[in-house]
Design a binder for this molecule. Structure first.
Ligand SMILES: Nc1ncnc2c1ncn2[C@@H]1O[C@H](COP(=O)(O)OP(=O)(O)OP(=O)(O)O)[C@@H](O)[C@H]1O
Ligand SMILES: [Mg+2]
Length: 254
């Protein structure tokens, strides 16, 4: 079976920092992969490379059977790849609903102006409202995005990523800053997505939730892959333990 996503020897350097140092792994269609590692390990950098926001110095990114290494973000979105950002960035002065409708516009076009043209279409609005209900934001449609508390902003970020109807979703710390109840609810949304057939790559420091839901863990440290496989086996590996769990230095940022 063709993997949903495949990385071959992906590397990028920022000045003196080898942020990602030659990473290879493949993700099967429908899998639920946790991408973990200490602060500065290269997780965000790697998913930004996968999403096309950063061009790697070397290596290859393949979606399905298409080499997308040289494609931009919009082309990858149209191939079914979607990303949430570690630092939430909604259009703050737009309503919650319009944020999702605008996200949906990227299914059809890379131009935000043309995407905006979708705002007037009631079917798009209905679809956006359904997505908001799915992430637990029903009833907030007409609020300004800027007025949402962080817990709801993190949900809106997921709703925006869902608006493009992704086949593969990259979630960069979707639980950061959430309390236990909020995190559990957000995780349920993500689990539902995966059950619906979406391939999930979850970057998270909340190991309790990661261990609960991920079927596989990929561990980065200093830009290198130091663990890959069954979550319990990976966490029991002394190399992973020393680098991550034992470091005590990994913290989530909102
Ligand atoms: N644009 C950039 N310019 C220079 N260095 C960068 C840039 N982006 C990331 N880095 C560096 O690359 C390394 C990897 O950073 P990255 O943000 O990918 O880590 P992370 O695993 O996502 O960490 P965290 O868990 O704290 O979010 C770090 O040393 C970081 O300082
Ligand atoms: Mg990060």
């Amino acid at each position: 079976m063709t993997a949903a996503l495949r990385l071959d020897d992906v590397a990028i350097r920022f000045g003196g920092v080898q942020a990602v140092g030659g990473v290879s792994f493949a993700v099967e269609q429908g899998d639920f992969v946790g991408l973990i590692g200490p602060n500065g390990a290269g997780k965000t950098t790697l998913i930004r490379i996968i999403a096309g926001l950063l061009r790697p110095d070397r290596g290859r990114v393949t979606l399905g059977d298409v080499d997308v290494t040289r494609e931009g973000t919009a082309a990858r979105v149209r191939r079914g790849l979607s990303l949430t950002h570690q630092i939430v960035r909604p259009f703050r002065e737009m309503t919650v609903l319009d944020n999702v409708v605008l996200g949906a516009g990227h299914r059809h076009t890379s131009s935000p102006f043309r995407a905006l043209a979708h705002l007037s279409r009631s079917d798009e609005a209905e679809r956006a409202a359904a997505i908001l209900a799915r992430v637990g934001l029903g009833g907030t449609e007409t609020k300004l995005a800027a007025s949402l508390p962080l817990g709801q902003m993190k949900r809106l970020e997921v709703a925006r990523a869902l608006a493009v109807d992704p086949k593969v979703i990259l979630l960069d710390e979707p639980l950061a800053g959430l309390n236990h109840t909020e995190a559990a609810a957000q995780v349920e949304t993500i689990v539902e997505l995966q059950r619906g057939g979406v391939t999930v790559i979850l970057v998270e420091h909340n190991l309790e939730q990661v261990m609960r839901v991920c079927r596989r863990l990929v561990v980065l440290n200093n830009g290198l892959l130091i663990g890959d496989g069954d979550p319990h086996a990976v966490m029991a590996d002394p190399v992973v333990h020393d680098a991550y769990v034992g470091s005590g230095g990994a913290h989530a940022d909102a």
